[in-house]
Design a protein around this ligand. Structure first.
Ligand code: B12
Length: 207
């Protein structure tokens, strides 16, 4: 059922992927399933091909662009619940430009009753701190996809400690190289391996 959209993402054919996504949702498929079974599966395959040197950065960028465009197309179909559960500030840490996973976490949180402020990618610790203060936020969600930028999660948490505001927020982390052990080792309050579990963690932290 998802073969065509996966193939379109792999070849970076945004038009074909968008058409296939529309066809699926027109036929009653849940947009979240299209994201989960189509787009995320396709990006997993892109990752495998990239790792095995079968494709290179330009192809990965085209696939990433396709996924971003299709998610934007699907977004209006997802019902956004009234934000009432709490405010989450999310961003990809300093030095890291990967944002597809972070965007999915933001999307699901917004769809599950959280107010989400997305700071984008390459976000400095100082920016997280100033935005947390400005929005009186409850949870900070940090994303990192590179082993070389994971260290900036620890730096961000330390910056909150140094600023004297660590007790005012919960901090959760995630991204492909991140583990629960790593989260514990840097004193994060939570870790989740995918967007749906990120919602569960945030709900737990707010209860
Ligand atoms: C797409 C991609 C890119 C795109 C990014 C486009 C974009 N807009 O994001 C581009 C081409 C720009 C790119 C660049 C680079 N990339 Co890249 N990239 C990938 C790739 C193929 C897919 C990532 C992705 O989107 N996955 C799909 C999403 C849905 O999954 P996800 O991000 O893991 O997110 C899920 C969970 O992790 C979790 N999650 C994510 N964030 C958060 C946050 C919180 C709080 C929580 C709770 C959960 C959570 O929920 C998400 C949804 O389920 C990965 C391969 C891989 N296996 O991850 C490599 C990969 C991450 N890249 C890699 C590399 C090396 C690079 C470059 C250095 C390449 C280069 N030579 O230039 C640059 C670095 C640029 C930079 N400074 O950031 C390596 C990293 C290796 C390492 N050990 O660090 C990988 C693993 C590929 C590989 N196997 O070598 N990349």
């Amino acid at each position: 059922m998802y073969d065509k959209i996966i193939a379109a993402v792999l070849s970076g054919d945004t038009e074909a992927a968008a058409t296939e996504a529309k066809l699926l949702t027109d036929n009653g498929v849940d947009p979240l399933q299209v994201i989960d079974q189509g787009l995320i599966v396709a990006m997993g395959e892109v990752g495998r091909l990239f790792k095995e040197n079968e494709i290179f950065v330009p192809e990965v960028m085209m696939s990433a662009h396709t996924v971003t465009m299709v998610i934007d197309q699907l977004k209006p179909m997802l019902k956004e619940e009234r934000a009432s559960l709490g405010t989450v500030i999310i961003g990809t840490v300093k030095g890291d430009l990967h944002d597809i996973g972070k965007n999915l976490v933001a999307l699901l949180l917004a769809n599950n009753g959280f107010k989400v402020i997305d700071l984008g990618n390459d976000v400095t610790p100082e920016k997280f701190i100033s935005e947390a203060k400005a929005h009186n936020c409850d949870i900070i969600a940090l994303s990192a996809l590179l082993t070389t930028t994971m260290i900036n999660m620890e730096a961000t948490i330390k910056a909150f400690v140094d600023a004297g505001s660590r007790d005012q927020v919960k901090i959760i982390i995630g991204g492909a190289p991140v583990t629960a052990d790593y989260a514990a080792s840097i004193n994060a309050d939570g870790y989740a391996e995918d967007a749906a579990s990120a919602v569960d963690i945030c709900k737990q932290l707010m209860s």
